[in-house]
Ligand binder design. Structure first.
Ligand code: PLP
Length: 378
């Protein structure tokens, strides 16, 4: 059976990227590798829409989040985080671990924080040093208006704006420089169509000044070290060489497609996926849906385990389950990274087959027809 991954990390890796990574290893101080690293740095700046450095860390995405907190703040610094799901919650855990002074705004799962609420919090806490946001909250499939919030934060405070862009970069419009974002993180196994293992962190000039003056303890995941090396077109330690070479290939794919076209493709796939799911009687979970992942409620009477077993073992399709109290109530279909229109027909077709198999009634082909229609209209 052909296996098909529809999870928001890891995501499918294109064959040309895998083939590049199968080539013999090169030494990371060789000119050959330096040339690759230079191109990777350049293409990352394009992806994040910035002239600031985007540094590479050998870690999963969370390593990039941790490096950002230890790099930008000291113990005692007050930082606002927004918890609207698992990953917003993670910002709060990191801040509590490293600064011990977190103002956590809790948002109902499936909703995005309102920009005005952040302004209220900044007025209540004028001593805030940073605001941590999640562009695309992967656990709920919800997108936050980073452009609006970033503008308001700078208008009302001196706080840094830190964005977990782990499932947004490459999928959602994102302009690091124009929007005044100070830190943005992504991970290789999400929109970059790569295996896990690399975290990418964009760092604004203001954040660079803070990072360079910060004496808070950190060693391996040091943004200051990563910045120094970036300037010399180098890395502080042995990088995950093979992954960097793969990233060179996947970034070239994004550059050839055009990052704006990639955003539009994700928007189109997300819209079609939502139409398909709704046509099968599934309610959408988020009121500000992400373009990376579509979260839907399981229809009344559908047992998650039976549905998922059929999907995975009889149809070869892996989707993502609901997390925490939403386990068994919602599930998530990813269209982040290496996906096209026919992939949306496949996944909705698979969902139809699994629903039929477990005896859930609906008109055969309704979901697939809705996906087709969405693409015809687009
Ligand atoms: C996947 C993900 C992370 C965590 O990344 P890891 O690579 O698992 O460390 C953080 N934030 C968001 C929004 C994610 O989707």
């Amino acid at each position: 059976m052909k296996k098909r991954l529809f999870t928001p990390g890891p995501t499918p890796v294109p064959e040309n990227v895998m083939l590049r990574m199968a080539e013999p290893i090169v030494h990371h101080r060789n000119p050959e590798f330096r040339e690759i690293l230079e191109r990777v740095h350049r293409n990352l700046a394009y992806l994040f829409q910035t002239t600031s450095p985007v540094v590479l860390l050998s870690a999963s995405g969370t390593g990039g989040m941790e490096a950002s907190i230890t790099g930008c703040f000291r113990r005692g610094d007050k930082v606002i985080t927004v918890n609207g799901g698992k990953f917003g919650e993670r910002w709060g855990k990191l801040v509590r671990t490293f600064t011990g002074n977190c103002v956590e705004e809790t948002v109902e799962w499936g909703r995005a924080v309102q920009p005005e609420r952040i302004v209220e919090l900044l007025k209540e806490h004028p001593d805030v040093r940073g605001v941590c946001l999640t562009h695309s909250e992967t656990s709920t499939g919800t997108a936050t208006d980073i452009r609006a919030i970033s503008g308001l934060v700078h208008e009302h405070s001196d706080a840094l704006v830190l964005v977990d862009g782990i499932t947004a970069v490459g999928a959602h419009e994102f302009r690091f420089d124009d929007w005044g974002v100070d830190i943005c993180i992504t991970g290789s196994q999400k929109g970059l169509m790569m295996p896990p293992g690399l975290a990418l962190v964009a760092i604004s000039e203001r954040a660079r000044d803070i990072v360079r003056q910060n004496d808070a303890p950190c060693f391996y995941l040091s943004l200051a070290k990563a910045l120094d090396s970036h300037e010399a077109n180098d890395t502080p330690f042995t990088p995950a060489i093979t992954l960097v070479i793969g990233l060179d290939e996947s970034l070239e794919m994004i550059r050839r497609e055009g990052v704006e076209n990639a955003w539009l493709r994700h928007e189109r796939l997300a819209a079609a996926c939502r139409r398909g799911a709704e046509a099968l009687g599934m309610e959408l979970f988020s009121d500000a849906p992400s373009f990376a992942v579509t979260t839907v409620r399981l229809p009344e009477g559908v047992d998650w385990n039976a549905f998922n077993t059929s999907l995975k073992y009889n149809n070869g399709i892996t989707v993502a389950a609901g997390q925490e109290s939403y386990k068994g109530k919602i599930f998530r279909i990813s269209h982040l990274g290496y996906y096209d229109e026919l992939d949306m027909l496949t996944v909705i077709g698979g969902v139809e087959r699994a629903l039929k198999e477990i005896g859930h009634p609906f008109e055969t082909g309704a979901g697939v027809a809705a996906v087709q229609q969405a693409f015809l209209e687009a």
